[in-house]
Design a protein around this ligand. Structure first.
Ligand code: HEC
Ligand code: HEC
Ligand code: HEC
Ligand code: HEC
Ligand code: HEC
Ligand code: HEC
Ligand code: HEC
Ligand code: HEC
Ligand code: HEC
Ligand code: HEC
Length: 312
């Protein structure tokens, strides 16, 4: 008997503390400027009565509205899971009474807006969000993502660059140069090299270094090579620029000048080649066609037993 009553009182205490904990969680919900507001009882329907514009209700056709999935906003408080408790807004339907508003003109701070999303999306690809250059520069999740839309432009290869160019004009110009990664063509996306949510590497790159990122799609350049070429091992950017250049093959400079940036003196004539050796004037064999590459064709490294000069 005695044991049983102890057990029930322990259980009751547990239950009470659970309820208190839940109330605490509910109170932490984004009710920032309106402490009085509570979640409405009719959920989504209390909002869609007025907000009938298809540009708003389209959200009901997106993955966020899969009510059968208990992790989605619509399995919980519906619209209010993101926009905050709505009773005050129902009493006084004005912009100002909505606890959380999104977009560039919102009075809700970017950090608060993002916290709403991070509550459900903190892990995975966003593991490095905190401290990333986008987080640091106060870029909102909603600056890239469209939540009330059929399709989220930024997640589709073909339309993603336009979203990024809004803030990254110089990259738009680079990608449109004659030699470029097929980004405009929709074959490579910015997010094939960058993780816009943050990364361990520099410049939001997917991998820890530039080269590791390039090897994702150009694994043959990783080697191993019997005869390595030092600058290739070190950083592809010695010779290439990733977004686009005005020379073939994404090269920053044309040969022989590219090579001569480092090789001033070779066994063969240690002349510094200039434009004057180009036909029809004197013909220098080391300048014709592919220049140094005529002989040193394996510029990324060679596996031929006698490939020591990167010639085969
Ligand atoms: C009685 C009609 C009515 C109901 C019901 C209603 N709203 Fe509103 N809502 C409005 C009006 C009016 C505005 C102000 C629109 C404006 O100023 O352009 C507004 C503004 C908003 C905004 C701000 C839009 C912006 O420009 O940032 C959001 C978000 C919003 N409502 C969400 C909700 C949610 C969530 C619910 C359900 C809890 C809801 N509304 C229920 C009438 C209503
Ligand atoms: C997953 C979070 C989320 C949910 C759930 C959500 N919204 Fe929004 N809402 C946003 C974001 C983010 C924006 C900013 C515009 C955008 O990204 O599409 C926004 C914008 C709005 C706007 C202003 C749009 C405009 O064109 O002026 C209204 C009104 C609105 N939401 C109402 C609602 C209603 C009503 C519901 C429920 C049917 C709802 N929201 C559910 C995140 C959400
Ligand atoms: C209550 C939890 C919750 C909140 C709050 C929430 N999401 Fe989601 N979100 C989900 C779930 C669950 C999915 C579906 C995931 C899946 O299918 O694997 C999802 C899917 C997504 C997707 C992928 C959808 C697609 O079209 O493939 C994006 C992008 C996204 N959310 C962004 C946001 C942003 C931005 C916000 C804040 C404005 C936000 N979410 C707020 C739970 C949430
Ligand atoms: C600079 C633009 C940008 C910002 C800011 C951004 N995202 Fe994304 N997000 C993307 C891109 C691009 C993808 C598609 C990535 C891919 O295909 O690998 C994506 C994909 C997603 C997905 C779906 C894929 C997955 O990981 O499940 C979710 C969820 C998501 N983002 C949530 C967020 C949240 C939450 C924030 C704010 C903390 C945020 N994003 C901020 C660009 C952005
Ligand atoms: C709303 C504006 C905005 C959008 C949209 C945006 N960015 Fe950014 N981005 C910034 C700001 C601000 C910075 C930090 C300041 C800077 O270095 O220019 C930044 C920095 C970066 C950096 C450099 C990181 C570093 O450490 O130097 C990369 C890479 C980047 N963004 C990629 C992207 C990609 C990819 C997209 C599209 C998926 C995108 N951004 C969309 C605003 C934006
Ligand atoms: C093939 C891989 C690749 C693709 C695709 C790519 N980038 Fe980059 N991006 C890089 C590398 C590598 C760097 C570091 C380059 C450097 O320091 O010059 C970089 C640097 C950046 C920077 C920082 C520049 C600076 O000077 O700090 C921004 C911003 C950026 N990229 C945006 C984008 C955008 C926007 C797209 C899509 C239109 C994109 N990138 C596509 C590889 C890529
Ligand atoms: C997401 C995959 C991907 C990544 C990552 C990637 N590339 Fe590429 N790269 C491609 C594709 C696709 C092409 C075009 C191939 C074609 O047209 O046959 C290409 C072509 C090239 C070319 C030849 C361009 C030409 O005009 O023929 C060079 C040089 C190049 N990449 C260098 C790099 C460097 C340097 C990096 C790292 C900063 C890198 N790539 C990362 C996919 C990638
Ligand atoms: C020393 C300068 C140099 C460095 C460093 C370098 N490349 Fe190249 N790369 C070249 C030259 C020169 C060509 C043009 C070859 C030709 O036209 O035959 C080229 C062509 C390419 C091509 C297209 C043709 C092919 O061989 O597939 C790819 C892809 C490429 N490089 C990737 C890379 C990657 C990835 C790195 C870094 C691991 C890198 N390069 C580092 C000089 C360099
Ligand atoms: C960023 C500097 C840099 C650039 C640009 C560069 N190289 Fe090199 N190259 C080196 C270094 C460093 C070595 C290693 C020298 C050593 O081991 O003594 C080397 C080695 C070589 C070797 C082998 C030398 C030997 O002794 O075996 C050849 C051949 C060569 N480079 C050709 C080229 C060609 C052709 C180009 C242009 C496509 C080029 N390099 C561009 C830095 C560069
Ligand atoms: C007509 C063929 C040919 C052309 C073109 C050529 N080379 Fe060479 N290069 C050679 C040969 C052969 C050797 C090896 C000489 C030896 O081992 O005795 C060599 C050796 C080298 C070496 C290694 C020797 C040293 O001094 O460390 C470098 C570096 C080099 N070349 C750079 C270049 C550069 C840079 C260019 C373009 C300006 C170039 N080569 C154009 C044939 C050529």
């Amino acid at each position: 008997m005695h044991l049983l009553s102890v057990a029930t009182s322990v259980l009751r205490a547990l239950l009470v503390s659970l309820i208190i904990a839940q109330i605490a969680i509910a109170e932490e919900a984004p009710s920032a400027n309106l402490p009085k507001a509570q979640y409405t009882e009719r959920g989504v329907e209390s909002c869609t009565g007025c907000h009938q514009n298809p540009s708003v209700t389209v959200i009901l056709q997106t993955p966020h509205a899969q009510q059968a999935d208990p992790r989605t906003p619509f399995a919980a408080h519906g619209c209010e899971s993101c926009h905050g408790p709505g009773t005050e807004h129902l009493k006084s339907p004005r912009k100002e009474t909505i606890p959380v508003r999104f977009g560039p003109h919102s009075p809700t701070s970017v950090a608060e807006q993002n916290q709403v999303c991070l509550n459900c999306h903190e892990g995975g690809e966003r593991i490095n969000w905190q401290g990333s250059s986008h987080q640091f520069a106060d870029v909102a999740c909603a600056a890239c993502h469209q939540i009330h839309a059929w399709q989220d432009k930024v997640q589709i290869k073909a339309s993603q660059p336009e979203v990024c160019y809004d803030c990254h004009g110089p990259q738009r110009a680079q990608v449109r140069r004659f030699s470029h990664h097929p980004i405009e063509e929709g074959k490579v996306a910015c997010s094939d090299c960058h993780n816009p949510h943050g990364s361990f590497g520099p410049k939001l790159l997917l991998k820890a270094t530039v080269n590791e990122t390039c090897y994702l799609c150009h694994p043959e350049k990783r080697g191993p090579f019997l005869w390595e070429h030092a600058p290739v091992r070190e950083d592809c950017r010695h010779c290439h620029a990733p977004h686009g250049t005005t020379q073939p093959r994404l090269l920053k400079v044309r040969t022989p000048w590219l090579c001569q940036q480092c090789h001033m003196e070779a066994f063969h004539p240690s002349t510094l080649y200039s434009g004057t050796g180009v036909p029809p004037r004197g013909v220098a064999d080391r300048l014709l066609l592919k220049g140094c590459l005529n002989c040193h064709a394996q510029v990324h490294g060679s596996n031929h037993p006698s490939g020591v000069r990167l010639m085969r």
